[in-house]
Design a protein. Structure first.
Length: 349
């Protein structure tokens, strides 16, 4: 599988990244290990996780995902062949158990605690890519699309966060750094502060990107990240299963949207998202593809996506998702995809 360099970092990763957010909730440790084994056999060297995983996060399961990755690394001895990425949780009043009840934020004490506990669970001495899961400041994320200054809150200055991350880099505990669920202003501010203060520079941005959520293309993030060499790690390429067509065929199909119906952002179940998913599913079938193959092959083919994060709850599902990497979409189909997008624009954002 093709590999790409992440930003200006030393990291070279596969074009597909193995996501892990179901491990510990929907998947057992043995199932997680089976997925890791299969992904490794297929040439995937990039694993993404987070300290708050699995999702939905609960005090009884939080941290299990990193633990499962750690036991696999220890069992297989493949640490030096893998690029491990994890994330620190930001402010969230509803997730009070992460990091031992600390006031989660991106100050030096919190980041040190977050890194130390992730290192222990992963059973490694160094995290290759360390990311901020969502901004410290007031930013509309996770389906909230409108910025509201009345929601301003106390936040850690980006300069202070970068300085704390810089100390962890110097200590050898983390390597490259990245942001997630970030805005164009945020990317520019991180870069400005790093250049002004000689602090670590972000290499990646992990943001939502799929057929129903193409905001990255139109929010100036695309140009900003291109010109500043910040690599996009696209998450949720299947829109939490909506783009597989399974909920169209059976609204009660087993999956995250039915297992945890009250917990997810509304973006995945909006009527417009469902309508767009139905249009894309029909396009796929008209061209002899499954809906998932279209959604993934399209995402894999975008020039600005460095690596696409895929998740699965079975090896068969994982095989199907990886196989889509070999599919070349005809120009006519891409034009039809863009037509649907023009008619139903970013309903899943």
């Amino acid at each position: 599988m093709q590999q790409v360099q992440l930003g200006n970092s030393h990291l070279h990763v596969s074009k597909i990244c193995l996501g892990s957010m179901t491990w510990g909730e929907q998947n057992t440790e043995a199932e997680a290990h089976s997925q890791l084994d299969y992904a490794f056999e297929r040439g995937i060297n990039f694993i993404d996780t987070a300290e708050m995983y699995p999702v939905m996060s609960r005090p009884e399961t939080q941290g299990l995902t990193e633990r499962y990755i750690g036991t696999w690394l220890k069992k297989t001895g493949r640490r030096d062949k893998m690029v491990i990425a994890t994330k620190a949780a930001g402010p969230n009043a509803s997730v009070t158990w992460v990091r031992g009840g600390r006031a989660r934020n991106y100050d030096a004490a919190n980041l040190k605690a977050a890194v130390e506990t992730s290192l222990q669970r992963l059973q490694v001495e160094h995290i290759d890519l360390y990311q901020l899961h969502w901004p410290s400041r007031n930013v509309p994320v996770f389906g909230n699309n409108v910025f509201n200054p009345r929601h301003e809150r106390m936040s850690v200055p980006i300069e202070a966060t970068l300085a704390a991350l810089g100390d962890l880099v110097k200590q050898g505990k983390i390597g490259a750094i990245g942001v997630s669920n970030e805005s164009c202003w945020g990317v520019n501010e991180f870069i400005k502060q790093s250049e002004m203060k000689d602090l670590p520079r972000i290499a990646t941005i992990q943001n939502l990107y799929n057929l129903t959520a193409r905001h990255f293309e139109t929010s100036l993030l695309d140009e900003t990240c291109y010109r500043e060499n910040v690599s996009l790690l696209a998450y949720s390429p299947l829109a939490f299963g909506q783009l597989t067509g399974k909920y169209l065929d059976d609204p009660k199909a087993h999956g995250r949207l039915t297992i945890f119906p009250s917990n997810w952002s509304p973006r995945y179940t909006r009527p417009a998202t469902v309508a767009a998913a139905a249009r894309y599913a029909q396009l796929a079938r008209d061209h002899g593809l499954t809906p998932a193959q279209l959604a993934l092959a399209w995402c894999y083919s975008r020039w600005f996506v460095a690596s696409t994060i895929i998740g699965a709850t079975s090896v068969d599902q994982l095989r199907h998702n990886i196989d889509a990497y070999a599919i070349q979409l005809p120009l006519e189909l891409i034009k039809q995809v863009d037509q649907v997008h023009a008619e139903i624009t970013n309903p899943g954002q």
